[in-house]
Design a protein around this ligand. Structure first.
Ligand code: SAM
Length: 306
C-alpha cells in the first residue's frame, strides 16, 4: 500500500505556509506532507526522520524541489540542536506513528500482517522487539501492555508470553500475535466488539517501548519553543490516546504562549477513511506560538520571585 499523507489539505490549511517561510517536518516518512507543503507555496522545508530508509525518499524530494528542501537523519527529541546551524522555523509538523513504508516492509517486523523476525526499531539500532519480548520480566511486560497498549487482558497476555518463551524464544511477529490471540480465544483479524485484531494493542505497546515514543514526543515538545519564530504554527497528528494526552498537557502548561488554532480537534472524513483506512484514528491539532515580550517578562518575573 503506498503511503498516503493523512489529513493533507487540513494540515496545509492549518500550517498556512507563506512564501519565504521555513517549515520543519519532524516526521518526514515518505515526504507526503512535505511535498504537499512545498507545492502549496514558495517556502522552505527541512525534513527529519530517525529511520535511515527515509534518506532515499528524501533524495527524490530534493531532486524535485532543490534548494527549497533539505533532510537530516535524526530523532525529533534532538530538534533543540537545530538552532546551531539553521534559522528558526515558522511551521513545525509532527505526524506521529509509522509510515506505510515501515508497516508494509516485512523485514522491519512492525506488523503481524507479515511473518517476520520481531524488530520494530524505527532507527534500526538499539534493543529490538525480540530483545524486549524475550528479555523483560513478566511483571514489566504486563505493565507495558497495560500502560502503552491499554489492553484489559495485559496481565494474562504477559503470562501467556512468559509461558511460551520458557519453551523457546518468541522469534516472529506471527508467534507473538498468536500468543495474544490465544488469550482472547479469537482467530486472526478479530476481536470481540471491535474491528481490530486482538494483537493490535500488544504490538502498539511493544513498539512504543522499543522506540521510546512518548519520551521522544515529550522531549520534542520541551524543545520546540526554542526553534520557532513568533506566530509559528505547531501542527500535530496523533494516533494513540497517550500521545494526545501528552499534547494536551503540554498545550495547557504553555497556554501563556500557545493558543489552539481550532476549538475542537479535526478527524478524517468518512471519505478519507474509506480511501485510506490507516487514517481512521488520526487526530489533528494545531497551535500558534506567540513570543510576546510582555509574556516573557511575566515569565522572568515569576522565575525571579521564586
Ligand atoms: C506517519 S509517518 C510520517 C509520514 C509523512 N508525514 C508522510 O506524509 O509521508 C511517521 C514518520 O515519523 C518517523 N518518526 C517517528 N518517531 C520519530 C522520532 N522520534 N524522530 C524522528 N522521526 C520519527 C517515523 O520513522 C516515520 O517515518
Amino acid at each position: 500500500m503506498p503511503h498516503v499523507p493523512v489529513l493533507l489539505q487540513e494540515v496545509i490549511q492549518m500550517a498556512a505556509p507563506r512564501p519565504g517561510e521555513r517549515v520543519l517536518d519532524c516526521t518526514f516518512g515518505g515526504g507526503g506532507h512535505t511535498a504537499g507543503i512545498l507545492r502549496q507555496t514558495n517556502c522552505y522545508v527541512l525534513g527529519i526522520d530517525r529511520d535511515p530508509d527515509a534518506n532515499a525518499r528524501a533524495e527524490i524530494i530534493k531532486e524535485q524541489f532543490k534548494s527549497r528542501f533539505d533532510f537530516e537523519h535524526m530523532k525529533f527529541s534532538e530538534i533543540g540542536r537545530l538552532v546551531e546551524k539553521h534559522d528558526k522555523f515558522d511551521v513545525v509538523l509532527f505526524d506521529l506513528g509509522l509510515s506505510s513504508f515501515q508497516l508494509d516492509d516485512a523485514d522491519r517486523g512492525f506488523s503481524f500482517m507479515h511473518c517476520a523476525k520481531l524488530d520494530m526499531r524505527m532507527s534500526m539500532e538499539g534493543e529490538s522487539a525480540y530483545d524486549i519480548v524475550n528479555g523483560i520480566s513478566r511483571k514489566e511486560l504486563s505493565t507495558v501492555i497495560d500502560y502503552f497498549g491499554d489492553d484489559p487482558k495485559a496481565s494474562r497476555i504477559a503470562r501467556a508470553i512468559d509461558e511460551a518463551r520458557v519453551k523457546k524464544p518468541i522469534e516472529t511477529t506471527w508467534e507473538l500475535a498468536d500468543i495474544v490471540r490465544s488469550v482472547y480465544k479469537l482467530p486472526p483479524g478479530q476481536r470481540k466488539n471491535s474491528r481490530t485484531d486482538a494483537a493490535t494493542k500488544t504490538f502498539q505497546a511493544i513498539r512504543n517501548l522499543v522506540n521510546c515514543e512518548l519520551l521522544e514526543l515529550n522531549r520534542a515538545l520541551e524543545n520546540v519553543v526554542h526553534i520557532i519564530n513568533n506566530n509559528a504554527r505547531i501542527i500535530t497528528i496523533t494516533f494513540q490516546g497517550l500521545e494526545g494526552r501528552i499534547i494536551k498537557c503540554w498545550a495547557k502548561s504553555m497556554k501563556v504562549c500557545i493558543t489552539p488554532i481550532n476549538k475542537t480537534v479535526i478527524r478524517p472524513s468518512r471519505q478519507e477513511i474509506a480511501t485510506n483506512p490507516r487514517a481512521r484514528s488520526a487526530i489533528l491539532r494545531g497551535f500558534v506560538y506567540t513570543d510576546d515580550a510582555r509574556v516573557r517578562s511575566v515569565g522572568e518575573g515569576i522565575q525571579r520571585s521564586e
